[in-house]
Write a protein that binds this ligand. Structure first.
Ligand code: GLN
Length: 204
C-alpha cells in the first residue's frame, strides 16, 4: 500500500487490550498509534476504545481530561470503534452505571453473561453486503456486555443467538466481543473503510 493510502488509527491505551488492536491495524497495513494524551487525538483519523474494565477506563478518561476532547472528536465525525468495555463506554445507557458517552443509541447490560460464563468462543453471523462477507466470524467473548435495546438509527451488523453483537450508528461502531484476539481482520478492515470514507469523502 502506498503511504498516501494509509490511515492512522489511534488506540486508547489507558488500560485494557490495546496492544492487540495495534497489531491488528499494523497487520492491515495501516499506521497505529497508542493514544495516552488528549493532544494525540489530533494526529489520528479514527479511534479504537479497547476491551478492559470499563469502570477503570472511564475513571482514567475523566482523570486525563478526555471527556470533552472525545466529544469534539465525535462531533468532528471521525470514526470511533469500541470493543467490549469500549462498547460500554460509547453507549447511551448502561443498566448498572451512570456513565456512557452516548455516541451510539444502545442500552447495555454490563454483566449480562454472568460471572459463571467468564469467557467463551463462538461463531457469530456477520451481515451480508456490508464488506463483511456475510459469513461466520470466530468471536472471543470475555465478560461480554449484552446489547439490550437498540435505537432506530442503529444498524445491526452481527448477531449471536438473536442478540446484536456488532452494530453501527453513523461513524460509531461497537462490538461485544474481541476481534483483535483472532487472526481474522475483517472487522478491523470494515472500520478502516469507515475511516477512509470519512477522510476522503467527509461523510460515511
Ligand atoms: N465486563 C467488562 C466491563 O464491564 C468488559 C469486559 C471486556 O472488555 N472484556 O468493563
Amino acid at each position: 500500500m502506498r503511504d498516501a493510502e494509509k490511515v492512522t488509527v489511534g488506540v486508547l491505551a489507558l488500560q485494557g487490550a490495546f496492544r492487540e488492536h495495534i497489531k491488528a491495524i499494523k497487520r492491515s497495513g495501516h499506521n497505529a498509534l497508542e493514544v495516552r494524551t488528549v493532544e494525540q487525538l489530533n494526529e489520528i483519523d479514527g479511534l479504537i476504545i479497547p476491551g478492559g474494565e470499563s469502570t477503570t477506563i472511564n475513571k482514567l478518561l475523566v482523570k486525563y481530561g478526555f471527556r470533552k476532547a472525545l466529544d469534539n472528536f465525535y462531533k468532528s465525525s471521525k470514526p470511533i470503534f469500541g470493543t467490549c468495555a469500549g462498547l460500554i463506554i460509547l453507549s447511551k445507557k448502561v443498566t448498572d452505571n451512570k456513565f456512557g458517552l452516548g455516541y451510539i443509541d444502545i442500552i447495555v447490560d454490563r454483566n449480562a453473561y454472568g460471572r459463571q460464563i467468564d469467557s467463551f468462543e463462538e461463531y457469530v453471523d456477520l451481515k451480508k453486503g456490508q464488506n463483511l462477507n456475510g459469513s461466520k466470524f470466530h468471536a472471543v467473548f470475555i465478560r461480554a456486555p449484552k446489547i439490550k435495546e437498540i435505537g432506530r438509527k442503529v444498524e445491526e451488523l452481527g448477531s449471536y443467538k438473536n442478540e446484536v453483537v456488532l452494530a453501527r450508528e453513523g461513524n460509531v461502531l461497537v462490538c461485544a466481543f474481541h476481534p483483535e484476539l483472532t487472526e481474522d481482520l475483517r472487522i478491523h478492515q470494515y472500520f478502516i473503510d469507515m475511516i477512509r470514507k470519512s477522510k476522503y469523502h467527509k461523510k460515511s
